[in-house]
Design a protein around this ligand. Structure first.
Ligand code: ES4
Ligand code: ZN
Length: 326
């Protein structure tokens, strides 16, 4: 298939990627063993068999279990380097990755250990391949605003390594406005802001992310399509949507890849991008996401090119950095 070959060859960016969601079962078992931590599953096969989700929470329960074997700086380095090596082979030239500090702080893994391991891998990828990156600290929305503020305090010595903040985990019942003040504090520190919104949550949550929080981009945004005024607002503000096709399928945000809304988003002039979210859990990395769209939707070459271009212009690279890839 020519389109698949072309999509593999295109230089791409990844703007929606949880580093803890790149934890492949084999690596998870290897790190569990070297750290002498027990996993709930006794084989790689048994673990993979559990990757059948009917909603976001089903997945999150496994995601937090999986990351619980990460203890040392080396673990965070190895996890991040494995991901970067994989996407370098897929012609991904720039990544903006999330990490979930609270998912590790709760297990007494310090902020320093986490960020030092992740950041060193990002630096090595820059050195070895010229791959550029941004690091986004994400707050867990099922936890309190106070916990988010405590996390921000721990991040203060590392602000030179952190480009932005995000909001992830269980969306329903945890609207963006719950974190209004912490995001205001982040902005005052010069951080970029994004938030998961409209994955499972209603259009109202996307409105809050835009109007109350003032996000620089929207992660997912699928359910924004239910509200015509919201569509207009996203168009007018030229906000990028970091869409995750295989994630949407695995978490039943869409019933069938044939019905994925990404081509409709493009037809509406929305700046949709393709991203892998949690590739180790959702059945594929960047190129698999493109391949699935090509195989199941009527997407054409111009649309594929537009998606990749949106990934460059919607990134947090400077215009000068972007122009290298355009
Ligand atoms: C996530 Cl797909 C998704 N949605 C919300 N929070 C997350 N954390 C990791 N993956
Ligand atoms: Zn996500």
């Amino acid at each position: 298939n020519t389109l698949i070959a072309l999509s593999k060859a295109m230089p791409k960016t990844e703007l929606h990627l949880h580093i803890e969601g790149t934890f492949e079962p084999e690596q998870m078992f290897a790190i569990a063993q070297r750290n002498q931590v027990a996993l709930k599953y006794d084989s790689v096969e048994a673990l993979i068999a559990a990757y059948q989700f009917t909603n976001l929470q089903d997945f999150l329960d496994l995601y937090y279990q999986g990351m619980s074997v990460l203890l040392h700086e080396e673990d965070f380095y190895d996890l991040t380097m494995a991901y970067l090596t994989k996407v370098h082979s897929e012609n991904v030239v720039h990544v903006e990755i999330f990490f979930d500090p609270q998912g590790h702080l709760s297990r007494d893994v310090s902020f320093d250990v986490q960020i030092k391991g992740i950041y060193r891998a990002l630096q090595d990828a820059k050195q070895q391949w010229g791959m550029t990156s941004k690091l986004i600290m994400s707050f867990l929305r099922h936890l309190s605003e106070e916990s988010a503020f405590e996390t921000l305090a721990l991040a203060k010595p590392y602000l030179k390594w952190i480009d932005g903040v995000g909001l992830d985990s269980s969306e329903l019942g945890h609207p963006p406005e719950k974190f209004l003040r912490v995001f205001q504090a982040c902005k005052a520190l010069g951080l970029k802001v994004t938030a998961h919104a409209g994955e499972e949550g209603p259009p109202e949550y996307v409105w809050q992310a835009i109007e109350d929080i003032g996000v620089d981009r929207i992660d997912h945004g699928n359910r924004a399509l239910e509200d015509n005024n919201l569509i207009c607002t996203i168009q007018q503000r030229n906000l990028t949507l970091t869409v995750c096709p295989l994630s949407n399928l695995k978490l039943c945000v869409v019933d069938d890849m044939k019905d994925h809304p990404i081509t409709r988003m493009l037809a509406l002039g929305l700046k949709a991008t393709v991203n892998s979210d949690d590739p180790a859990y959702f059945g594929g990395y960047m190129n698999d996401n493109y391949a699935s769209l090509i195989q199941h939707t009527g997407i054409n070459l111009a649309q594929l090119y537009q998606l990749a271009k949106n990934g460059i212009t919607g990134s947090w690279m400077t215009r000068a950095q972007q122009s290298v890839h355009l």
